[in-house]
Design a protein around this ligand. Structure first.
Ligand code: SF4
Ligand code: SF4
Length: 609
């Protein structure tokens, strides 16, 4: 049977067929859809949005210890959060198979940094499987739990934005699949027995030393697995003066840009199938490695003494595409098929030939987004803002220009406290979203309270994980499966952590926001403002919207409303050079009223009446 699946969907289908029974993740692009699709196998796979990736990894480890097959998913930066349990559990070794999906984001389409998690997986002495498309995502995921149990190792599926989000036909054979049309329900997956074994599962130093040797000896087993893996194979070419070693999405681009040359495709990449690659290398003239991001395969080949040729074309930063590979072809063969874009030395981001430039459309907060008024007010009060990871990071963009730092999930509070410790004077606010606060902001706030800091934290609480597409979180009152659950109050959490000054404000009431900020920013002790307003996209879907409009007779073209940066507010008639009356596009406007509160001439009002 064939299904049309994205790479992320394929992993979910494979998890069901492979007998996975526990899955945990924190949402993060490009990995989010894996758990959303696993959740469709409700009743067969216990799955949850964990509050962060560390907890997800711990749940996966616990389920594995108890003998179940477990899946843990995250985006690349999530693995940084999960490294602590990973680095010890990898020495303890799974009981039930444990598969970790790390979805990397070459080119940083929606991430704060670019990192190649094959490096971290190697560091964790884990197996790395690198799918090139949805079929391989399915096949490798199907095999991953068996490999994990056979070798006593954690298995990583290293996805990238391209393999996660591209869709293609996937042959699932006669695998049980309760979601496929006419598909069979899987038999109850076997659970390996749990046996009390502190020497394996309690990593006190005496046991940890033994685990260390055991982990090292597993490497020999893994090397044999890699040599025998069907995911490592050579594809012949009509020429042999050049040959390539490649993996993942890069493999597809090599095949397209160098169709006449042989390629050794590495699917089981850690540890490297040295003998197989060495044999392939002996059949070609010059051997080149093409891989996305870090030179992981390249360095492993060199370390193994396999002669690898170097090239000048830059391929180790940002997402690869066929144009960039054509630039390499031009360097290696001089046959001049590189595109105009790469010839100009630019790094291309799509696989299509260079197209005429389109007007740029920078990301912006949605029309009516409740974060806008808070950032507008922070800018008005000339506050320095340490920011965090979420939609609201867009507060950095003009005209709001109201964010000064962003580091990683939960860093806003510690960064603000650090600035204060360094003697920073002036108004300072840490701005963080609700999901990020639950993820890793709470510990920073506790640190401020405990260490007698004076940081004002503004929690933009829209009761949903907005940026990744409206996933539930501990503040939303629903689980991943949509079941009602405890709805955690951020104000109560702040009080429980010892914050005495806790305020709640309505993000659409600018005077309330301003007076709260004025008082709290200057209060000289830890304080929390919970700025509540539902995510406008979710709310608009639920209740619709009545737009506002500008009365052209009253508008003085002062430009005050443009400073909000609401995409529904556009330029109308030019009344003087560079001065425009404003106009509101009714379709995107949700009637939030913030622009009406900003207009000094009362020119904006609702179209309700
Ligand atoms: S009311 Fe004003 S600020 Fe709100 S969405 Fe409409 S145009 Fe934008
Ligand atoms: S703030 Fe009011 S007067 Fe000024 S441009 Fe906007 S609608 Fe016109």
């Amino acid at each position: 049977m064939k299904l049309f699946l994205s790479g992320n969907e394929a992993i979910a289908h494979a998890a069901y067929a492979a007998g996975c029974s526990v899955a945990a993740a924190y949402p993060g692009t490009p990995s989010t859809e894996i758990l959303e699709n696993v959740a469709k196998y409700k009743g067969a796979i216990d799955c949850e949005w964990s509050v962060n990736e560390k907890v997800a990894m711990e749940i996966g480890a616990g389920a594995s210890i108890a003998g179940a097959r477990a899946l843990v998913c995250m985006k690349h930066v999530g693995l940084n959060v999960a490294m602590d349990p990973l680095m010890t559990f990898t020495f303890e070794g799974p009981n039930g198979g444990l598969v970790v999906v790390s979805a990397d984001d070459p080119g940083m389409h929606s991430s704060q940094n670019e990192q190649d998690n094959r490096v971290l997986a190697k560091f964790a002495r884990a197996v790395v499987l690198e799918p090139s498309d949805s079929q391989e995502a399915y096949d490798m995921a199907r095999a991953a739990w068996d490999i994990s149990e056979r070798t006593g190792s954690i298995v990583f599926l290293r996805m990238t934005t391209r393999t996660s989000h591209s869709s293609s036909l996937v042959e699932i054979g006669d695998a049980p699949d309760a979601l496929a049309p006419g598909g069979a329900v899987r038999p109850e997956p076997p659970v390996r027995p749990y046996e009390k074994n502190p020497k394996k599962y309690v990593s006190v130093p005496a046991n940890a030393r033994q685990m260390r040797f055991a982990a090292e000896s597993r490497q020999d087993v893994l090397r044999r697995e890699s040599e025998e893996s069907p995911f490592n194979f050579a594809i012949p070419g009509s020429r042999s003066d050049i040959g390539f070693v490649s993996s993942a999405a890069a493999f597809n681009y090599v095949r397209e840009a160098f169709p006449e040359f042989p390629v050794f495709k590495v699917g089981f990449s850690c540890p490297l199938p040295e003998a197989k690659v060495r044999a392939f290398a002996s059949t070609v003239g010059r051997l080149f490695v093409v891989e996305e991001l870090d030179p992981v395969l390249h360095d492993a080949l060199k370390l193994a003494g396999i002669p690898v040729c170097e090239y000048k074309t830059e391929l180790h930063m940002m997402e690869l595409n066929v144009d960039r590979l054509r630039a390499l072809r031009s360097e290696l063969l001089g046959d001049g098929v590189a595109s105009a874009e790469t010839e100009a030395g630019k790094v291309g981001r799509g696989s299509a030939p260079a197209a005429p430039a389109l007007p740029s459309r920078p990301p912006t907060l949605c029309a009516g987004c409740g974060h806008r008024g808070v950032f507008y007010t922070l800018a008005k009060l000339k506050a320095t803002v340490t920011g965090d990871i979420g939609c609201y990071t867009l507060g950095v963009a003009p005209p709001l220009s109201s964010m000064d730092t962003t580091i990683c999930m939960g860093a806003s509070i510690g960064a603000a406290f650090g600035m204060r410790k360094a003697g920073f004077k002036g108004r300072l606010a840490a701005v963080i979203g609700d999901s990020t606060f639950f993820h890793s902001g709470m510990t920073g706030l506790l640190d401020v309270v405990y260490n007698k800091g004076a940081v004002t934290v503004v929690v933009l609480d829209n009761r949903i994980t907005g940026m990744t597409g409206h996933q539930q979180n501990p503040g939303s009152g629903k689980t991943l499966l949509g079941e009602p659950t405890c709805q955690t109050s951020i104000a109560d959490v702040a009080r429980a952590l010892g914050v005495r000054r806790v305020r709640e404000v309505d993000v659409y009431n600018l005077s309330q926001v301003e007076s709260a900020l004025k008082e709290e920013l200057d209060c000289g002790e830890p304080s929390v403002i919970v700025a509540y307003g539902p995510c406008v996209i979710a709310a608009k879907k639920a209740v619709g919207a009545i737009p506002h409009a500008v009365d052209p007779a009253k508008c003085k073209a002062c430009g005050a409303c443009f400073k909000l940066g609401c995409p529904a507010i556009v330029r109308g008639k030019e009344v003087a050079p560079g001065r425009f009356v404003s106009k509101i596009e009714p379709q995107p406007c949700i009637g939030c009223d913030v622009c009406a509160q900003v207009c000094p001439f009362k020119a904006i009002s609702s179209t309700r009446s």
